[in-house]
Design a protein around this ligand. Sequence first.
Ligand code: ADP
Ligand code: MG
Length: 255
Amino acid sequence: MNGPILAARDLHLAFGGLRALDGVSLDLWPGEVVAIVGESGSGKSTLLRVLAGQLRPQSGQVTYRDAEGVAHAVQSLSDAALRRLSRAEWGFVHQSPRDGLRLGVSAGGNIGERLMALGARHYGRLRETAEAWLRRVEIDPGRLDDLPRAFSGGMQQRLQIARALVTGPRLVFMDEPTGGLDVSVQARLLDLIRALVAELDLAVLLVTHDIAAARLLAHRILVMRRGRVVEAGLADRVLDDPQHEYTQLLVSSVI
Ligand code: ADP
Ligand code: MG
């Protein structure tokens, strides 16, 4: 593969006087998992939303290279073009099921509707695909017609993962996918994410304040503080030999 799948250059975005992004650049290569870590309020979610075209930066560029190798300036795409690209090539997993699932739609519908948005119409095949994905994320396929609110928190996150991956995305944005779950449930979810990411060779941007999750999943880590990347490098290097004082605090769990 020649070149990064996603490249951001010198992103700036302020909310009033607050610099949420203050000159952030990054590259994400095909099949690479990059974790963005930092304490709450450091700008991680804002960065993810800018990279995914959901928020426009005040300056800077985001370039996405699609499956055909065509480069798109994400911040300049029309809403329709962004929606097309996002449906066909991206997946999203959020911390809250409210953001990542349609709570009034069955588990099977949550998975199937993403394929329908890409033109799939064969009801029987959609059900079969949805059942297969429920199995893959370790949910009893007999729960196909249940609403997500009948699921445990861990199951809701696994359903989000099925919904995100069913379309065969090349790039997945995850914002605190294990946040708010019990530790044992988190561990199971992280193992599942790790297995699927490796099997499907996904590029992933993982926002997390969980250092253990970053260590388990990420090839590279970016450390954010007050809208800036204060340290970046291979995951083992950043975690085992942090150079920046803030990373040292983060890794030693003082924060
Ligand atoms: P993180 O995800 O690292 O916790 P965020 O990206 O959500 O941080 O927020 C970064 C900073 O920007 C925070 O101080 C937050 O309060 C502020 N912020 C985020 N979104 C908005 C918004 N829509 N309007 C005003 N301030 C915002
Ligand atoms: Mg956040």
